[in-house]
Design a protein around this ligand. Structure first.
Ligand code: GLN
Length: 467
């Protein structure tokens, strides 16, 4: 643990970690040693991990990468933090992200951008950019992320690591700083699918403290062990297939995911990965998700609407930043919010307040909810009638340069096209590395795997076959 802390502190990019606390880490390491000595090791005993700064932690500061929460220390731990610790993991601290998880490049952190370990001029993706960078740089074996519209899958893809966003409701949101509650879901990032299995398994499970937490999944209780058991069962099934372990598996490739917006190199890497799956016996089928393009406007109405409500709690009274100089109560709130929130967060709050306002609610918010339902129905139809799993790209292109989209925030929104639908539908989706591109030929490319509800174990087993 001391070595891991030293390496984290000495790492070339000081922005990856927002908070490291030696004493807390070493105390967990001592507990892990004791558990090992007593023969009572858990599934994650001694594994070095770290948490996205959106998960509240007792002891470590939690900021959501916002000036608004600078210096904030939570009186309790998020459920996910608690569960990983109970499973034996040793957390090194808190990882950078986009402010309140709003962004796709980790440039919206109030504490400076994170650099992509494969090329320091480029973004690591976002919003869980610190998590992906820490895993890619080998500073931790696992990291927590949250995915509201792609924030686990997209940074995993751009940093060449693996990450999974499980079915909405399978991991507790208790203690995750809320962005868009109907979409927010935690998931792990790690080197490989095989490493993700115990990490996801340990964080999953019903939690009465989260009102949208699921008690059961397809008749089976949503409890620890579920993901591991499903992974093992899928593995056993593949093994029985011998030379053609995936015989009979139908992989749906949505034609809308291979459209003109996709860069040639990402398209080629995805095609090559699909051929590997075909060589293992799977059959590729052409499917259609006709409302893919609509996922962008639907998401960027619904997520800001929920954000504007969730972020109303930062009023300068109850939490975080309070302006030093103000005329009256209203002025204090308004100054505190102007000073505390960055540009992207303010943009989202304004959009959200607008689409929820009287006279616009039906035209924007309600319409977006209808589109969301249709997108979910499209996925359901394709995953029941046409195929067993969907595969495609995670991002249209490899990681862009830091600063490239500064003048054009909408450009990043458009880059979320392949991940948003999965979030709107609440389905499990993951990203695994499938190649490299860019001028240097050293920028990672991700393959997206999308499953049916509660299909995490099988998705992970499929990814493991490829890896
Ligand atoms: N890029 C998307 C956004 O900015 C997704 C972020 C996320 O999943 N947290 O909203």
């Amino acid at each position: 643990a001391a070595d891991a802390l030293r390496a984290a502190r000495a790492y070339a990019d000081p922005n990856v970690f927002l908070h490291i606390d030696d004493d807390l880490t070493l105390a967990q390491a001592r507990a892990a040693d004791q558990a090992l000595a007593a023969g009572a090791a858990g599934p994650l005993t001694g594994i070095p991990v770290a948490h996205k700064d959106l998960f509240v932690t007792r002891g470590w500061r939690t900021t959501a990468a916002s000036r608004m929460l600078a210096g904030y220390v939570s009186p309790f731990d998020a459920a996910v933090v608690e569960r990983w610790r109970e499973a034996g993991a040793v957390s090194l601290g808190k990882l950078s992200c986009d402010e309140f998880a709003m962004g796709s490049g980790n440039e919206n952190s109030a504490f400076g951008p994170v650099r992509n370990p494969w090329d320091p001029e480029r973004v690591p993706g976002g919003s869980s950019g610190g998590s992906a960078a820490a895993v890619a740089a080998g500073l931790v074996l696992g990291a927590t992320g949250t995915d509201t519209g792609g924030s686990v899958r997209q940074p995993a893809a751009l940093c060449g690591v693996s990450g999974i966003k499980p079915t909405y409701g399978t991991v507790s949101r208790y203690g995750i700083i809320a962005y868009a509650s109907s979409l927010d879901q935690a998931g792990p990032l790690a080197r490989s699918a095989r490493d993700l299995v115990p990490l996801l398994d340990a964080m999953s499970g019903f939690d009465p403290r989260d009102s949208t937490s699921l008690e059961s999944c397809d008749g089976a209780p949503n409890a620890a062990g579920r993901v591991q058991a499903a992974f093992d069962a899928a593995q056993a099934g593949f093994q029985a297939g011998g030379e053609r372990p995936l015989a009979g598996l139908r992989i749906g490739v949505p034609r809308e995911f291979l459209n003109e917006g996709l860069s040639a190199e990402v398209g080629a890497a995805v095609e090559a990965a699909l051929r590997v799956f075909e060589s293992l016996g799977a059959v590729r089928v052409d499917v259609s998700l006709p409302r893919t393009r609509l996922s962008i406007p639907a998401y960027y109405v619904i997520a800001p609407a929920e954000a504007s409500s969730n972020l109303s709690r930062y009023d300068g009274v109850r939490y975080g930043h309070r302006a030093a100089v103000y005329a009256d109560l209203a002025d204090m709130t308004s100054r505190s919010r102007s000073e505390g929130f960055g540009d992207e967060v303010r943009r989202r709050i304004l959009v959200g307040a607008y689409v929820l306002s009287h006279g616009y609610y039906d035209a924007y918010y309600l319409q977006a909810q209808r589109v969301r339902r249709m997108i979910a129905d499209d996925f359901r139809r394709v995953l029941t009638e046409d195929c067993d799993v969907i595969m495609g790209p995670v991002t249209p292109a490899v990681a862009r340069r830091i600063g490239d989209n500064r003048q054009d925030p909408i450009a990043d929104w458009l880059g979320d096209i392949y991940t948003l639908g999965v979030s709107l539908a609440g389905l499990p989706g993951m990203s695994i590395p499938c190649g490299f591109g860019g001028e240097s030929g050293r920028l990672p490319i991700g393959l997206q795997l999308i499953g049916r509800y509660f299909d995490e174990g099988r998705l992970l087993a499929l990814a493991d076959r490829y890896q």
